[in-house]
Design a protein around this ligand. Structure first.
Ligand code: FE2
Ligand code: FE2
Length: 319
């Protein structure tokens, strides 16, 4: 653990303005605290009630000036490639969470309603960013999503395509625990726990180090704290399923095998270097985030996974 107790208290209790002064790296560490005891669902729900923030309180006017006057064309393009993966990612995890509600433990159902509301708010956060900072115009949420779609990278398709497929399965068989486990592995472990948290770090480190986009930094750091609750709730659920029957670990392994195989196949251009990251550094970040999540649920990977992990190409998306 690298984050100190007083910093955890600040992250726990901070309001929206406080999130603007919080270091993103501390929030990422906060996800894995405490590793020995995951908070209960109702404890997470209580945190939600205290940590909920108003997306319409953010004022993007300084961000707008930074975007046009202080950022280079290259860094704007990289930023858009990543932000669009989140814009569509947040929308998809919002729209595809509901089928999980039917077959989960009663306390988790209460917390999941807050998780769904968070994802809707994250979708609005990016809607506002594209309107107020990038300058896209349109009527509803879908107009802006359509306008940001051309920036989406091909790495989006694999994990979010699998999530769509598993959402359909879950809608048809909401009580099937194998499907629940595959869905939770894709959604909470991989998309939220590895992709979102890693890629958040890249854009937020950039905003922090170059002192640009203060409202984006504030809102997206608050988003990261929301993700901490989602990941912790998901990890608790995965651990509960494993306690019921350790054989469900096969569903985790099979799903990760699919996700890692897809993550190793990519052509196309590298977009994070203008934001100050090398491919090796991003790969190491992904591997570190995955191993921390697996440690939280008490799962180890067979040796064959090592090579797959070394092949992983950075994905510019999250939820
Ligand atoms: Fe989330
Ligand atoms: Fe989210």
């Amino acid at each position: 653990m690298t984050v100190t107790a007083s910093r955890i208290d600040r992250i726990e209790a901070g309001d929206l303005q406080g999130m603007g002064r919080t270091d993103i790296d501390d929030v990422l560490d906060y996800v894995h605290v405490p590793t020995a005891h995951l908070p209960g669902y109702l404890e997470l729900y209580d945190r939600y009630l205290r940590q909920r923030w108003n997306v319409n309180e953010l004022d993007f006017s300084v961000d707008r000036a930074d975007w046009t006057d202080r950022m280079t064309e290259e860094s704007r393009q990289s930023f858009l490639a990543i932000a669009s993966g989140f814009h569509h990612g947040e929308r998809q995890v919002e729209a595809e969470l509901a089928p999980l509600l039917f077959g989960i433990p009663e306390d988790y159902k209460v917390f999941l309603t807050s998780h769904l509301e968070d994802e809707a708010r994250h979708t609005v956060f990016f809607d506002r960013f594209y309107r107020d900072v990038v300058g896209i115009q349109g009527d509803g949420i879908m107009d802006i999503l359509d306008a940001s779609w051309p920036y989406i990278q091909e790495t989006f398709v694999g994990p979010f395509g699998l999530l769509s497929y598993l959402t359909d399965d879950l809608r048809l068989h909401p009580y099937d625990k194998h499907i629940q486990m595959r869905y939770a592995t894709t959604y909470m472990i991989w998309i939220e726990g590895v992709l979102a948290l890693s890629v958040m770090k890249i854009t937020l480190n950039y905003a922090r180090d170059f002192k640009v986009l203060p409202a984006y930094y504030t809102g997206f750091t608050a988003t990261c704290r929301d993700e901490a609750r989602h990941v912790q709730g998901g990890m608790r659920f995965v651990r509960q399923l494993l306690d019921e029957d350790p054989a469900y670990v096969k569903d985790i392994h099979d799903t990760l095998r699919t996700l890692l195989t897809m993550a190793g196949a990519r052509s196309g251009i590298v977009y994070y270097e203008p934001l100050g990251w090398s491919e090796d550094r991003v790969k190491a970040l992904f591997a570190d985030q995955l191993s921390k999540k697996l440690a939280m649920v008490g799962v180890s990977l067979p040796p064959e996974f090592e090579e797959m992990l070394s092949m992983v190409k950075p994905t510019l998306a999250g939820g």
